[in-house]
Ligand binder design. Sequence first.
Ligand SMILES: [Zn+2]
Length: 215
Amino acid sequence: MSDQAISALREQIATLGESLFDRGLTMGSSGNISVRLADGGWLMTPTNACLGRLDPARISRLDECGQLIDGDKPTKEHFLHTAMYQERPQSGAIVHLHSTHSVAVSCLPGIDHCDCIPPLTAYYVMRVGRLPLVPYHVPGDPALGDAVRGLAGRHSAVLLANHGPVVAGKSLEAAVYATEELEETAKLFLMLQGKNPRTLTPEQVAELEARFPRD
Ligand SMILES: [Zn+2]
């Protein structure tokens, strides 16, 4: 992969990170973004970095074994990303945020742990699909990676209980769009609590999945 192509990806991570931060989808130094490189390695946002102020040159570059070869040390949550990539060879990028509404849904009693948010809109079905809940683990616990790995083959997005979503996409742009769609749908779901909303029917969901397959 050319240095020029890698530099362009570094710039894209910083631009989209700033956009997510500026719109309040992530705060402080929480949240992390990664992109798979054609040579088998990854770019990953560094540990303790604010997504709103990333220096493209300091974004971590890892080789195919996960060893740091350039930039700052990667996020402490790197294992969430590698667990997801291992099960999803078709995914080119992953976004993990502690976005408020998605985290709120992950704390609700009585949600379906196999599918945390009902199919409220077509775009949610097209970009996110079924969203399983991963049981709570202490941040950094490798068992959390194992739990994500167990679901990632069948799901492009998972919701970590009392923590936040991990969302994969074919490209970085696709992963960011899916994360945004998830956060907005989580907001709708919270607005509709107690209102018995009309959701899409199983037939409507099946039609969307047939017409617009996710990666
Ligand atoms: Zn996290």
